[in-house]
Design a protein around this ligand. Structure first.
Ligand SMILES: Cc1cc2nc3c(=O)[nH]c(=O)nc-3n(C[C@H](O)[C@H](O)[C@H](O)COP(=O)(O)OP(=O)(O)OC[C@H]3O[C@@H](n4cnc5c(N)ncnc54)[C@H](O)[C@@H]3O)c2cc1C
Ligand code: FES
Length: 253
């Protein structure tokens, strides 16, 4: 884990309210695992006080990429960073997706900004696994397919692709899914992850989910990001240190 002041290479607006930020950070780029995150201090001023967590979207050589939308002050400041501006980054943090294993088919399920970690996941497994990427959103402007492969889309309002949610779209594929050779990787809002958990348990599908929580330290000190465990004697795990990626069976979402 490093704390580094890394220069922004560029900030691109790739979609309505969606930004991809390329940051030159060789120390972090060389050790990143897919699904890990960074805790970013967006300003040298005391406001906003806390760092903001962002998934590592992609890595290319010595550069790392973040994907974010403007939600509040932190992301507003981040979106204004230009070439050469320094960003104070802590990372890489947490445990990522386990992409190893004998499975042949990877199904990626992403809701809204939950697409953020999957360009790197796709880059790593695209030559060894068959990928089906299911991307959902409330409406067409919430669909983010950047860096993904073999994509099918669902929207709640039917404005693009399948009319329904992304777990219902997954359900449509059930007849063609062999649960012995398939693994599901997911990230998105809790309601989506809950429905996905029910679906995967019912259909005996191996599934890892990237979860979110409010965070402060980002590495297990402040105890500010508990998630209820289904297996751990301590009852709670920490999203930042034990996650953010968990096997869906191991946590209460
Ligand atoms: C492990 C992890 C990975 C993440 N990866 C990404 C990513 O790749 N891209 C991205 O855009 N965001 C990501 N997030 C969420 C991101 O951290 C928040 O969107 C960001 O902190 C918002 O900062 P802000 O200062 O702009 O908004 P704030 O001023 O902090 O918040 C504005 C409003 O949004 C709400 N809010 C803040 N965070 C969240 C959240 N996580 N879920 C729902 N509502 C929230 C607040 O309650 C408030 O109402 C991730 C979060 C975690 C925990
Ligand atoms: S954010 Fe501090 S323990 Fe998780």
């Amino acid at each position: 884990m490093f704390i580094v002041n890394s220069p922004v290479v560029e900030t691109l607006q790739v979609h309505e309210n969606i930004f991809i930020q390329k940051i030159h950070s060789p120390e972090i780029a060389s050790i990143i695992k897919p699904g890990q995150f960074l805790n970013v201090r967006v300003s040298v001023n005391s406001f906003p006080l806390l760092r903001r967590p962002f998934s590592i979207c992609d890595v290319n050589g010595e550069n790392i990429f973040l994907m974010f939308n403007i939600l509040g002050e932190g992301t507003k400041i981040l979106a204004k960073k230009q070439k050469g501006d320094l960003i104070d980054i802590l990372g890489p943090l947490g445990n990522g997706f386990n992409l190893e294993g004998e499975y042949k088919n990877a199904i990626i399920v992403a809701g809204g900004l939950g697409s953020a970690p999957f360009p790197l996941v796709t880059r790593i497994i695209k030559n060894s696994k068959n990928i089906l990427s299911l991307v959902g959103g409330r409406s067409t402007q919430d669909i983010i397919t950047y860096g993904m492969q073999n994509v099918q889309v669902s929207t709640d309002d039917g404005s693009q692709g399948f009319n329904g949610n992304v777990v219902q779209l997954l359900e449509k594929h059930l007849a063609n899914i062999d649960n012995k050779t398939t693994k599901v990787f997911a990230c998105g809002p809790n309601a989506m992850l809950r429905a996905l958990k029910d679906f995967c348990i019912k259909n005996n599908l191996d599934c890892e989910v990237s979860t979110e929580s409010a965070m402060a330290c980002g590495f297990g000190i402040c105890q500010g990001c508990p998630i209820e465990s289904t297996t751990n004697d301590d009852k709670y795990l920490l999203v930042c240190k034990d996650g953010p990626v968990f096997n869906v069976k191991d946590v209460v979402i």
